[in-house]
Design a protein around this ligand. Sequence first.
Ligand code: HEC
Ligand code: HEC
Length: 355
Amino acid sequence: MACATCHIPEHYFTDGRPLPIVATNTSLSELPTRHTPTVVGAALHRWQFWDGRAESLWAQALGPLENPLEHNSDRLAIVRYVLNEYRLSYLQAFPNSESTLPKLERLPEHGSPLSHVAEYQTNWRQLSGEQRSEINHVFANIGKALAAYQAKILPDESRFDRFVDGLNLPTDNQSLSYLDLHEQAGLKLFISEQTGCIQCHNGPLFSNSDFQATLSSAEIIPEREGRVAGIALAHADPFNCRGIYSDAPDSCDELDFAKVNGIELQAAFKVPGLRNVAKTAPYMHDGGFASLSEVLRYYNQAPMHGFSHNELQPLRLQPYQLKQLESFLVALNSELITDAYWLTPPTPPSQGDNS
Ligand code: HEC
Ligand code: HEC
């Protein structure tokens, strides 16, 4: 399994499924409950994952590698793989780290504090503090390399952006034609007080990177789920901003000042960006809506749930207005600005080739 097994470049780095496929070698009977979000522009999000349990792109990348439902690997096996197959590239990317590399020949094949395999956990416990820290340093750097790569995957201008550029140059009538009248009406609705969409969907990606309870899910979300759990996990994560593997442990305001409790965090999920949203069905943290019109129909009704608070009010728009909103969302489609080189999978290293 690769990151691209779920974040498929042709699907705008999503998998097109409500919920992801499961690692074939996992012995767990548990199933995934979270829909695969895009990684396009993820570098611009303040928090990663639907519940924001990672507060950097590099810390995020370490999660799937050891997740039994995703790569289902373990820390030591991954560090071993990278140092065996890519040692030179690793040392180029992280110079001066040679003296602190783990001595692989003295270590077991597998080991992780998080593994569901008891033996791998025991292996990890039997390592010295220094050995663990050496392994964790390489593991964190692998996350930083994955983050550096993903930071290149960014959306290009959409027709909406060209239209906005035109508004700033009043004599440029050509730009106004980038959105037809139907889409312009959708834009007006999107920024209107009546819909309130931009309260949450604002900024470069059309996400305020915050967490909101919109309760779209058919499942009853336990109150402890969503952002309440996410922020607790972010604080407990040894790979967070304050940890010893961080590059900037002195500037962690986001983590330090994030709200850790309050009713508004219950069942709250990250506001997803809306660029290219027309290409990334299905929708929501549980993949519960198959199409944009289903999402908009939900916002239009926003049924009240008795068990928790909901930040939405029913919109009560006419069907033609819902169509206008939808056509505005489609006008947010764009290509990527990313060079084709970064979108083509590299050839895997051949056995024993240490380049
Ligand atoms: C089995 C499918 C699968 C694989 C493999 C996978 N992901 Fe994901 N990815 C997901 C799902 C599902 C989520 C959302 C999980 C959640 O929020 O709890 C996610 C979330 C993310 C996010 C957060 C995006 C956001 O807006 O919050 C990033 C970034 C990401 N993955 C990158 C990666 C990288 C890098 C790898 C490889 C190391 C990877 N993923 C492997 C399915 C996958
Ligand atoms: C109170 C904040 C808030 C408001 C207002 C809001 N949204 Fe959302 N939106 C969210 C959150 C949070 C999610 C994700 C919910 C989930 O996963 O359960 C979401 C999800 C979506 C999605 C699905 C995206 C995806 O990739 O899954 C679309 C499309 C969307 N919103 C469009 C709109 C439109 C159009 C409006 C105005 C009619 C609007 N939103 C108003 C917070 C908001």
